[in-house]
Ligand binder design. Structure first.
Ligand code: B12
Length: 355
């Protein structure tokens, strides 16, 4: 085994994937393995670390969506090449790895799946967006020891919850993972997953220790029993109609941005946690600010939603908190980036669309 400055290697890797250089990136990864770097380190400290940097470069508008897609496609190929090169025998149990219904970030779960294989597990990798009922059929057919359920975006939590409950109902425990479950796994616990792991190596350690469970909830499960509720059900049912009514008022908004905002609002109402929403609003404002769109445009969308949701008092409170988060970003952006232009732009938009 060798010690190597993998941070510097990750920068080289990033440069290669940023140029969509598949052969170069595969050669780099396999070269590291030939030099004695453990395959797990290549996956986690080079590929996964590189992908997180890709996310930052996209968010800050330094990389285009096309460049991000190209880089991700190369990383998928690198993961396949690494797992083709190192193939330990399956000496442990069988794990089904799947992404929650509606979740298209398959690569994080794939990297985790390969780490489990390297640690001797037999893995069925089912990929992105696995519908709950089909996953259950697969469990009946294959009888695994555990399901490892990935969720990168918190908007998929309601469907992840249904899948977790369905797996448990047929006697298969669920290990949850991915950024959508919260940095400390709080939503995995809330949704009743049997275990959660922050990283792929922690997931492998957790499984090796025997399938664990979260300590009993402090409140005896009362919070889990409250998941969802009337306002959540109303929002989920009327999502499309609400979005078209908001767009009628704000022609300049793109449906896609509003759709994400609505989805995070719905997820926040599902788990009764406004921070899930305000964190996303802050993130959205940072992303739009990097593209020189003032956060005030987000505020406008939130205000219109607030006006429309007259029968949802709890949702309106969360929207108010979202407005406050966006205004904080707007103030920050105006102060630091384009003081005069942005302040004028914000004032114009406020005047134009006041309802
Ligand atoms: C590649 C990518 C995509 C690709 C995914 C392709 C694919 N095949 O996976 C595509 C283009 C589809 C995509 C789409 C979107 N994406 Co995207 N994406 C990314 C990106 C750049 C890299 C993902 C990745 O490979 N990460 C690397 C790994 C390894 O992630 P990781 O979370 O650290 O994983 C570790 C642990 O979490 C754990 N783990 C992961 N999964 C699992 C599962 C289990 C069971 C366990 C136990 C552990 C575990 O182990 C891993 C290794 O230690 C991330 C940036 C990022 N930071 O991840 C954004 C990112 C996740 N995407 C983001 C967004 C917003 C989107 C879109 C909404 C964009 C849009 N406007 O359309 C869509 C939504 C798609 C959808 N419907 O699901 C945001 C999410 C922000 C937020 N606040 O929620 C991010 C963070 C980008 C950013 N910089 O802000 N994306």
């Amino acid at each position: 085994m060798v010690t190597m400055d993998l941070a510097a290697v990750t920068e080289r890797y990033l440069d290669l994937i940023g140029r969509a250089d598949e052969y170069g990136a595969v050669d780099l990864a396999l070269g590291l393995i030939d030099e004695g770097v453990p395959a797990e380190d290549v996956l986690l400290r080079v590929v996964a670390a590189g992908q997180r940097r890709v996310g930052e470069l996209w968010a800050s508008n330094e990389w285009s969506v096309a460049r991000e897609h190209g880089a991700t496609a190369v990383s998928e190929r690198v993961v396949a090449a690494v797992s083709g090169r190192v193939r330990p025998a399956a000496t442990r149990g069988r794990v089904v790895v799947a992404c929650a219904d509606g979740e298209y970030h398959a690569l994080p779960a794939r990297i985790m799946a390969e780490v489990l294989r390297l640690r001797g597990w037999r893995v069925d990798f089912l990929g992105a967006s696995v519908p709950g009922p089909h996953l259950i059929t697969h469990l009946h057919q294959t009888g695994p020891d555990v399901v490892a359920l990935g969720c990168t975006l918190a908007t998929r939590l309601p469907r992840a919850h249904a899948t977790i409950s369905a797996c448990q109902a047929v006697g298969v425990p669920v290990l949850a993972g991915g950024a959508g479950f919260g940095a400390d796994g709080r939503y995995a616990r809330l949704l009743g997953a049997d275990a959660w792991a922050p990283t792929a190596d922690a997931a492998a350690d957790r499984l090796a220790a025997g399938l664990p469970s979260f300590p009993a909830a402090h409140d005896g499960g009362a919070a889990a029993a409250r998941l969802g509720g009337e306002e959540y059900a109303y929002l989920a049912r009327h999502r499309a109609e609400l979005l078209s009514r908001v767009m009628d008022r704000l022609g300049e908004h793109t449906g896609e941005d509003l759709g994400h905002i609505a989805d995070y609002l719905i997820a926040a109402m599902y788990v009764h946690d406004s921070v899930l929403f305000t964190d996303f609003v802050t993130w959205t404002c940072q992303v739009t600010a990097a593209r020189n769109v003032p956060a005030e445009s987000v505020v406008l969308g939130l205000r219109v939603l607030h006006d429309l949701l007259t029968d949802c008092p709890d949702t309106r409170v969360v929207l108010d908190q979202g407005v406050a988060a966006a205004q904080t970003c707007c103030a920050h952006h105006c102060a630091h980036h384009c003081a005069d232009h942005c302040a004028d732009h914000c004032a114009d938009q406020r005047a134009e669309t006041r309802v």
